[in-house]
Design a protein around this ligand. Sequence first.
Ligand code: TXA
Ligand code: MG
Length: 347
Amino acid sequence: ETVIKKVDENNIDIDIIREMAEKIRNGETVIFPTETVYGLGANAMDEDAVKKIYLAKGRPSDNPLIVHIADIEEVDKIALEVGEKAKKAMENFWPGPLTIILKKKEIVPNVTSGGLSTVAIRMPSNKIANALIRESKTQIAAPSANISGRPSPTKAEHVVKEMSGRVSGIIMGGDCDFGLESTVVDFSDDKPMILRPGSITKEMLEEVLGEVSIDPSLSKKEDNIKAKAPGMKYKHYSPNAQVYIVKGGENNVITKMNELSRKNHAENKKTGIMCMSKDVDKFECDYVVDLGKDYNEVAANLFDALIKMDEAKMDIVYSVCFESCGVGQAIMNRLLKSAAYRIIDAN
Ligand code: TXA
Ligand code: MG
């Protein structure tokens, strides 16, 4: 049985946090909110507990987990060498949606690091997450709290629907602020490298750290077979519907989507369209989801939009395309995966 409790981030009920923290200490799994997406947590230092995470998600166990900490001092317990650049990044972006990869100490179990010699570390800014880690008196390993391959959960209802019965506890907080998973940056070599784009953008990192590179496999059209972050190679963010990205001039895209939608309708297939707020009235299809007014809103709404398309039982989904700069890079990274790299040119 899953114990499900609501907690208000601005008025945290510490008794609920302690009840959930006790589960973590007892080697059980607890889902909790973070500022990026909901996480499925267990004691990062307890092998058997971490195995329960993989089981609950149906996730391959060569995929390493992020170790969540409540205090910067905890880095020294789990990482071997913390260079100047890594320190700078922590000081500037923690607590927040940045994950830092460093060489790991022995104490981190291999199941947690997916057998790698490095470990991913993140200090979340969400106050519920922080309180849970603190009260657990350990570090919490946590991937996104979805079944492997599905869109990541950004609302409490998403996890209650998908994960009830699969974990010991669920803390229902509010909606996640950023809505895309943290930026993952590898600091285990001299030059920092982005392995997964997120809300902390390349531009923001470079302002503080100087040159930062991007894992070259991220810019390839095909799926990231040789991506440096093992998790990037798996099927990801896939709703039941077939997703397509439609690119081209604004009017061409609208015309093309409506044309395709009519064709689908004739074939008895339901069509959903994801677009910016200003265009919601321009489509003839079964269901339109408003992604927001700007890129930050799109990031926060993207996974929820994909989940809504499934709830509304759409067969085919078309999304507008985004520019690959700033947070748009992270949006396109997730969208391309959910679309299995299918792009339609409307021009
Ligand atoms: O925002 C987030 O990061 C969320 C919340 C819950 O904190 N967590 C999350 O975890 O997205 P997950 O497991 O879904 O993604 C972790 C990513 C994967 O792509 C994984 O392969 C990569 O980080 N990763 C973890 N440890 C690594 C390591 N030592 N070296 C390279 N990549 C690593
Ligand atoms: Mg994930």
